[in-house]
Design a protein around this ligand. Sequence first.
Ligand code: SF4
Ligand code: SF4
Length: 162
Amino acid sequence: MVYDTGFGFDLTKETEVKELYSKIVILDFPPRSAQRPIVCQLVKKYDLMFNILKARISSKKEGHMVLEISSAGKAAFNKGITYLKEQGVRVSTPEHKIYKDEERCTHCGACTAVCPTDALYIKRPEMEVIFDLKKCSLCERCLLTCPVRAMGLFSDDLKETA
Ligand code: SF4
Ligand code: SF4
């Protein structure tokens, strides 16, 4: 099969695209671990990729991170998580997620100005505000900013407006 790339050349071979296993996790580091490069080992030792969505160190030197971790499969992901736990890191998954109520949204764009991860962005030329849940770091800034309360929280069995 020949693919027209639109750049003046053709690809004559299909490119193998591996399906990534990806999950958002919350990591809480005890003080003895917060300064160590534990997360970097996920790449070096376990061939995982990560995207830091949120990170902070408290006054007590405890670390808190929200990461999106991606791997070639669930088994590789689990090995990385086991390693984190062995280092004393508490690993949990978000109890809630953010949702956008499309019926309420007026596409005013206010939330895009406060979203730190570009999970909310303006699609041009339509000028529609799009929400990409995969990029959301759960910072909740958009909940406070939206004038019509179109952004809200939900958990698996609970849906509530902020
Ligand atoms: S601030 Fe609210 S109404 Fe405005 S674009 Fe964002 S979600 Fe929609
Ligand atoms: S909670 Fe709202 S502002 Fe924060 S990253 Fe998610 S979409 Fe963006």
